[in-house]
Design a protein around this ligand. Structure first.
Ligand SMILES: [Zn+2]
Length: 500
């Protein structure tokens, strides 16, 4: 039996992990004049050329990637629009700012948003959003995503084609609205701004313009047919809001999803062209991501999100185009000429990145600025879907290679190696209890280290020496020894399930 030293406190583990979690830092004088944050709703990273998809869905984003840093393992906090975007705009877990469950609880008025903080520092703020759940829809309740925006354009220009009660704005109108605002800002001589443009197109129903639908109508490799279901869940059947005239062939839906991406890509390209043509590209930090992904049949979930926390719905594309003179994090140059970071990052890193770029102290939050330093290894980030309307809770932890997935109905953890098994089909939990517990422990440390008032939190929580050693061996302390074999023996102590 290993000798029992005096138990270290969680504070010791914290000291080792604080660098990995990232504290407050400021990069005043970075040379960034403005930030354009582009978000595309419901866009899976693996459907983009820059992440290896071969169908030509994203030539304009692929072009942007060649002058950016691409983050290969980036995660949303949640698989639904409102909690996911609350993670982006607050830099915190959505549930801790009161935004969960579902899409109906918007950011409370007392929570300071990214736009509010930038506006307070003299940055003009504008948003063009094309998903109706991002607006207060006339609600008299204070708060919402509108907070802090000098200009908030949520004019939906057409009804959706299947769920006709919903309005949306397609990509060409979204780009036009963004350019309208940019023209006005330019006329006023205002070139220091934060602009958030939120596209909606890949969100179901998949109804791209006909020319795109024709371009992506492919040879179907997957001959499966799935019935249209009675609800919006998509579990084993097609959600009713996706129903395209009773169509059951799954590859027809997948083709149309790809076509929606291509339509969006062409029009986001026009936004980038406008910035280049008007000499605004050079000093612009561009951040591109999605709010969440989409299940395209994985785990028998069809054309839906917000129903589980598997990787296909919480992994997101993330790329950052750093203006000249702004320190991009260390990245590897791939054979395609794209600089890539494989370490885990998340939506919680977006806000501190934007704040740092504009010279605003990001303060203490869950994420860290992806500017000027190595992206830390050893982090563990959560993705959650809290109970809502009878739906059981889902939680996941990602470390950049492994993912722990827990569903309340099942009551146990599943462990996946997403490098070897990106679709999360082979559960490794039974043979690797050490890694399961080390990930839970590492999350506990990260959670405490990034909570407000962390010094007080860190003082007392005891950490068993063996568990700390297990974390170190498996790469969750200082990023050391990340290649430790999977078949570590089980440790002696029992863990509490902090992710529940
Ligand atoms: Zn969404």
């Amino acid at each position: 039996m290993a000798s029992r030293r005096r138990l270290p406190t969680l504070g010791l583990a914290l000291a080792a992990l604080l660098a990995a979690c990232g504290g407050a830092r400021s990069d005043r004088g970075t040379g960034v004049e403005r930030v354009v944050l582009v978000v595309c709703d419901t866009l899976r990273a693996d459907r983009l050329g820059l992440y290896g998809y071969p169908r030509g869905t994203s030539p304009r984003l692929d072009e942007l990637a060649r002058e950016s840093v691409v983050f290969d393992e980036a995660y949303a906090c949640a698989p639904m629009t409102v909690p996911a975007m609350a993670g982006v705009m607050t830099g915190r877990f959505p549930q801790e700012v009161g935004v969960t469950p579902g899409n109906f609880r918007l950011i409370p008025a007392e929570v300071e948003t990214l736009a509010e903080r930038l506006k307070a520092h003299g940055v003009t703020t504008a948003a063009v959003v094309s998903n109706p759940v991002l607006t207060k829809r006339g609600s008299p309740v204070p708060g919402g995503f509108e907070q802090g925006f000098d200009h908030f354009d949520a004019r939906m220009s057409q009804r959706e084609k299947v769920r006709t009660a919903m309005w949306e704005r397609p990509a060409h109108h979204t780009t036009d609205a963004a350019i309208d605002w940019l023209e006005g800002a330019r006329a006023e001589g205002n070139d220091r701004f934060f602009l958030w443009v939120h596209y909606q197109d890949p969100h179901g129903p998949y109804t791209p313009p006909e020319v795109y639908a024709e371009r992506f109508a492919g040879d179907h490799q997957d001959s499966r047919r799935v019935p249209v279901g009675p609800d919006k869940l998509g579990r084993g059947d097609i959600p009713h809001y996706q129903n395209l005239d009773g169509e059951q062939r799954v590859d027809v839906y997948r083709d149309l999803y790809d076509a929606e991406i291509a339509f969006f890509d062409e029009h986001v390209g026009r936004l980038f062209d406008w910035l280049r043509d008007h000499d605004l590209w050079e000093g612009t930090l561009v951040v591109f991501t999605a709010d969440h992904g989409e299940a395209l049949g994985e785990h028998e979930y069809w054309f839906c999100h917000g129903e589980n926390v598997y990787r296909d719905v919480v992994r997101v594309p993330l790329l950052v185009r750093y203006p000249r003179g702004v320190g991009a994090p260390a990245a590897e140059l791939g054979p395609d000429g794209v600089r890539r970071v494989s370490a885990l990052v998340g939506h919680v890193d977006v806000r501190p990145t934007i704040e740092s770029a504009l010279g605003v102290d990001p303060g203490s939050r869950r994420g860290r600025a992806l500017i000027g330093a190595d992206v830390p290894t050893g982090r563990v980030l959560p993705q959650r879907l809290l109970p809502d309307k009878g739906r059981a809770k889902w939680e996941a932890l990602s470390d950049g290679r492994y993912r722990l997935v827990w569903h309340e109905e099942e009551g146990r953890h599943r462990l996946y190696d997403v490098l070897e098994d990106p679709g999360e089909t082979v559960d490794l939990a039974e043979g690797n209890p050490g890694r399961v517990r080390a990930m839970l422990d590492a999350f506990k440390v990260y959670e405490a280290a990034t909570r407000e008032g962390r010094a007080a939190q860190a003082a007392e929580a005891p950490m068993d020496a063996e568990r700390l050693e297990m974390m170190r061996k498996l790469g969750y302390v200082d990023g050391e020894d990340a290649e430790a074999p999977l078949d570590e023996p089980d440790g002696a102590s029992s863990g509490t399930d902090e992710t529940r």
